[in-house]
Design a protein around this ligand. Structure first.
Ligand code: ZN
Length: 209
């Protein structure tokens, strides 16, 4: 039985694809989104909605990443500037940008490969996210810690969480970032997003051209 087509699209987006076919994006197992030159969302494939549904991300994900919404509004903290800068560069230069990122849940460690394809004539971007690793968390590598506000809240009452690995900063030790699964399962309201040093060095410094 053919799979249900859950993709969503703004009609002006497919004509921008040039040599890329909408059917190919549709059949892509990973999640795919398309951006207009102003970085608003013009297309979401079925894989996008499948991933959101399988990870209990709905309806929050569709609200954050709705058709016509600006991609920058959906990204928090330092990661926002990082992604916007890279998307703009790919759009202007016509060069594909490839990188890896982590998108773990409370129970599962997951990394993805992201490929950002610029469309001809700076017409937009197609962003393909493919799963690389998916396995249960390794407690030896990332031991779980209980959600103790006193250990993690800074002097402003905020908890700093890494946008990439989602570990949180321990107040008394600037070098220490702990895995607190309860705050990955349910994000506290007083959370701010940044990058831990490891992710900063790996994701920022390594990919700067
Ligand atoms: Zn990190």
């Amino acid at each position: 039985m053919p799979e249900e087509d859950m993709s969503r699209c703004i009609p002006e987006f497919p004509p921008l694809l040039g040599g890329l076919s909408l059917e190919a994006l549709q059949e892509e197992a990973g999640s795919v989104f398309g951006l207009f030159p102003d970085l608003t969302i013009g297309y979401l494939n079925s894989g996008w909605f499948r991933f959101a549904a399988e990870n209990d991300g709905e309806p929050a994900i569709s609200e954050r990443f709705g058709l016509g919404s600006y991609i920058g509004s959906a990204i928090a903290g330092e990661a926002k500037d990082f992604y916007l800068e890279r998307f703009e560069t790919a759009l202007r230069s016509g060069q594909v940008w490839r990188h890896e990122y982590e998108c773990s849940s409370e129970a599962v460690f997951r990394t993805f490969h992201q490929t950002v394809y610029p469309l001809a004539g700076q017409a937009g971007l197609v962003v393909v996210n493919s799963l690389v690793v998916e396995r249960p968390h390794d407690a030896a590598e990332r031991p779980p810690h209980p959600p103790l506000a006193g250990l993690y809240c800074n002097e402003h009452g905020l908890i700093s969480q890494c946008s990439n690995c989602r570990r949180v900063h321990r107040r008394a030790d600037p070098e220490r970032w702990d895995w607190v699964p309860a705050w990955v399962a349910s994000m506290p309201e007083n959370i701010t997003h940044t990058f831990c040093r490891t992710c900063f060095e790996y994701y920022f410094l390594r990919t700067v051209r």
